[in-house]
Design a protein around this ligand. Sequence first.
Ligand code: NAD
Ligand code: MG
Length: 397
Amino acid sequence: MTVQTAPQRISILGATGSIGLNTLDLIGRTPERFAVEAVTADSNAEALAELARRHGARHAVVADPDAYKDLKAALAGSGIEAAGGPTALIEAAVRPADRLMAAIVGAAGLAPTLAAAQHGTTILLANKECLVSAGRLFMETARASGATILPVDSEHSAIFQALEPTQKDCIERVTLTASGGPFRTWSRERMADALPEEAVRHPNWSMGAKVSIDSATLMNKGLELIEAHHLFGLEPDRLDVLVHPESIVHGFVAYRDGSVVAQLAEPDMRTPIAYSLAWPDRIQAPTPRLDLAGLGKLTFEQPDLDRFPALRLAIRAMRTGQGAATVLNAANEIAVKLYLQGRIRFPDIALIVENVLEKHSHEGGSEPNSLADALALDRWSRDVARSLIPEQLERTG
Ligand code: NAD
Ligand code: MG
């Protein structure tokens, strides 16, 4: 075990979310190793202030400027600095800290996480949408500044652990596993009427609403392929997905000598979060221990791209390029929101994404080369997605 003098300071973007709370849970159990620098949330000032006080943070930020007054009031007398708005969010991301947990959901996390990458911060990356939306830019920025990116997504943590960097040229395939989500065995007809409360009920993982819906459509696995493509610098042809309903094997790397190296763990995000917090060391995590004899068997099957067209669309976008991925991500964020609001049906999520991608391609398929380009294309895609009328959605491919 590494001997440390002062606790490492950790900032957490998206502290009130599922990943943020799990991170704080681990930090709270290891006060001799970790201390909290900054915490941020979208608009829930009360929950953020409570977390900031409980964990002794120095700084707390709400992204929504309207929530600032409440945050300031809730932190009065605590000595914790309060701030609000998008610039304050970026400032929180670049405050001196040993590590930054990037756990905002959606492309909203791109600007602050990219700012941290520019500063050379060690980033624990949960926010996969930021790599889907601007992966090339993000990885180039991190390379230029020397920032270390440690994956938090369980599959990517698995690959990171199984991939020997000096043997990158010897890799044949990298496989991400997928649980298959709550509708793995449902027919297309049954899925057409799936309710949001059924879609968020994930069989193995407890997660935020957006990633839960993405897991039900399998868009999550598509976003993760694009995430892996950028994180590990792997060509799309070397990446694939295998459905594994038990969520015990999280990912594996197949080498040209026939060896396959996998990482296994009970499905609990505190394992990959703990790995990213402590890397290259390991800390104790209070997770259930794997009992393979108790499980008896593990099963695997191919994903069904007909019943889960969102995965097909994401694979196509990964092959097409950055512009398509930016568009796919933004359209999906809007479609998931509309579905959670009960305004569209479950299959409309993929249809909206497909229609927006088609429009982008017809209009020349622009490629973003900067943060401003990526944000503009993201906005364009959201506007198009919102303007589509569900009754007129067409399957184009
Ligand atoms: P969540 O919805 O539970 O939490 C999201 C956090 O981001 C909250 O703190 C929220 O206040 C903040 N936020 C939301 N919108 C914001 C905005 N516009 N500006 C600033 N902050 C905003 O989400 P989650 O499940 O914790 O997921 C976070 C990220 O981690 C996602 O990208 C998700 O795909 C990824 N991830 C999550 C899990 C999981 O188990 N939850 C697993 C793997 C990857
Ligand atoms: Mg994952």
